[in-house]
Design a protein around this ligand. Structure first.
Ligand SMILES: [Zn+2]
Length: 244
């Protein structure tokens, strides 16, 4: 992992960094040197690395920019990744309502926290915080989908009714972020077999899928049933109705 120096952090122009030099003027030697050997269509760059003590453990937090979107995707990193093989990883899609506001409409907050705890316990791993709120439709559209769900739509039909695909997420960026951190293969914490396929399609080897199921609360039981029955998530839902 290349950690930018203080001087580099101070001098960064993020708009400039978001521009991948591929396709730029051939005489832009500095740009070409910065990306020597890179043929990736998706280009991500580390712009900051800082200590990140949290209630879940002692981590480092890594800021990225990329050439595909203007979103602030970040990674929370634990320990030394060494050869980068079999790293415990969660690619977590941002969910303001679940992650920060304690929503019971979904299981995102507990999933994020459980991933951070698991990585802290293991002493090595990465959470990629993927800014793809609402499976990529954005926060306000997710709230529109909630309004439809209150009228009886499930989470999939609500997204389709608003003109979105079932899932609008783009996984090449988190795959490239992990590669930039030196990750070569992952033990991916997910119940979503499609996420495994997306990561592998993006060129990152998934050496193991680590089940990431948490107790069900009655508010999110229907949402989790939709995840299982309509999105194909591998959930037992054994604890259904027993949560508070
Ligand atoms: Zn959520």
């Amino acid at each position: 992992m290349q950690v930018p120096s203080i001087e580099e952090v101070l001098a960064q122009d993020l708009d400039e960094l978001r521009r991948c030099p591929a396709g730029r003027a051939a005489d832009d030697a500095a740009a070409r040197a910065a990306c020597a050997g890179c043929e990736a269509e998706v280009c991500v760059k580390i712009v900051s690395v800082a200590d990140f003590p949290s209630e879940f453990g002692q981590f480092r937090i890594v800021g990225f920019v990329n050439n595909k979107d203007a979103k602030d995707h970040i990674a929370i990193l634990k320990g030394e990744l060494g050869e980068g093989e079999d790293v415990l990883v969660r690619v977590h899609s941002a969910c303001l309502t679940g992650d920060a506001l304690g929503s019971r409409r979904c299981d995102c907050g507990p999933q994020l926290h459980a991933a951070l705890r698991a990585i802290e316990k293991e002493g090595r791993g990465v959470v990629v915080y993927h800014q793809e709120e609402g499976r990529g439709i954005g926060l306000v559209n997710k709230l529109r989908a909630y309004a439809l769900q209150d009228q009886g739509y499930d989470t999939l039909d609500a997204n389709l009714a608003l003109g979105f695909k079932a899932d609008e997420r783009e996984y090449r960026i988190p795959a490239e972020m992990l590669r930039k951190l030196g990750v070569k293969s992952v033990r991916l914490m997910t119940n979503n077999p499609e996420k495994v396929e997306h990561m592998e399609a993006a060129g990152l080897r998934v050496s193991e899928r680590v089940a990431h199921e948490l107790p069900v609360h009655h508010h999110d039981a229907a949402y989790l049933r939709t995840k299982k029955e309509r999105f194909g998530h591998l959930l037992a839902l054994d604890h259904e109705g027993k949560g508070k």
